[in-house]
Design a protein around this ligand. Sequence first.
Ligand code: NAP
Length: 458
Amino acid sequence: MAIRSINPATGELLKTFEPLSDEEIEWRLERASKAFVSYRATGFGQRATWMRAAADLLESDRGDIARTMTTEMGKTLAAAEAEAAKCARGMRFYAEHAEEFLADEPLSDPGAVGARRALARYQPLGVILAVMPWNFPLWQVVRFAAPALMAGNVGLLKHASNVPQTALYLEDLFVRAGFPEGCFQALLIGSAQVEAVLRDPRVVAATLTGSEPAGRSVAAVAGEEIKKTVLELGGSDAFVVMPSADLERAAQVAVTARVQNNGQSCIAAKRFIVHDAVYDRFARLFVERMQALRVGDPAEEATDVGPLATEQGRADVEALVEDAVVHGATLLCGGARVDGPGWYYQPTVLADVTQDMAVYREEVFGPVAALYRVDGIDEAIEVANATSFGLGSNAWTEDAAEQERFATELEAGAVFINGMTTSYPELPFGGIKRSGYGRELSAHGIREFCNLKTVWIG
Ligand code: NAP
């Protein structure tokens, strides 16, 4: 894929970049490797000062970087500004807590292992490759970079080929914040160039956020090289609504949960599983709200849903909806592209979805919801778990026993009851099954790329 910014709202080509040559990649790898030697010896206090400076700069750049994101991948300006603010908060969170998260863990009874002193110590690993997607072009990177840099690692970013300007902005941000040269570099390379970088001995680990095929490919190479990976892949989150739920609120949140980021979020609710007793009412409230959404220019304040990020992305969504309709699904609203320039697709609700439809199994990366009718909690859990993904999940119920069952029995990396699945710096984030492995954020995230060293002193 060529490295270029194209405005999804118009289809206009904004800027093209040449991928780095082998020599240019070599130069950056060497710079990263050298940077690690001295950077790992800096203290948490110094790193925190740089990280807070990055947060301050990001906040003051918020308007400009938000416009860049909107023109590169089509999210609404309001969402882009909120993303920048979230990144600044994530940076401050790790500036504040990294030292405590990575403090030595002494054994309270070292005599039990025949030592005078025994402890576990977290140390940085080295140069980490981050392969990142375009959908949250700042946040996906920052939730890797903030903990990695605070832990004393250095980062190489291979960003998605359609958000090169956001990638370059991030490199520049960390330089301006004062991080030493080479601590965080963007590699403008295509996906075919990733393997060689990952196999390079100076790169010790990788994290990938993206699709299942990309994750499989990076994990396979890393497996051969015996290098640690964290994978954050796709999702097809369930959103279960039970009779005791506050239906108005559930319907309102359901819409946001489905169409956030123009429907292109890994943790968007995608399958709406509704108890028979409230199905008709919920469906009406949900469809009314989906139909009322304003689709249009993401730079306009009044817009709720902008275009899909790529032409191919819209074609994929169209194909999934068409396949469902051909196989007997009912369209409750939407179901077509919006005429005119730009890659817009109408907010869509499908009912009567069955197992022979691709939409039942695959992730729909666009503003398309599928409704399922179930006759009780057992069937709700069964349908929710009948997917190869296991990222987030939602359940709406006021019944304490049901809440407990959903919390325990939904097969996912997160369960949100009476609320929307969201990532918070304070909470671990990640999936199971084909949604990936490893965790980002919280204390768990920063420890993923550390050597947990056992120290035994006799
Ligand atoms: P994608 O095609 O997998 O791209 C993601 C990144 O991987 C890009 O930088 C891409 O580079 C690179 N890539 C693609 N194929 C590769 C390969 N064979 N080897 C090495 N790198 C490769 O994903 P996308 O379509 O942009 O993003 C949407 C997917 O990401 C959805 O499935 C979504 O659910 C998932 N996602 C997951 C999370 C999470 O936290 N779990 C968060 C956000 C998104 P190029 O751009 O150069 O192809």
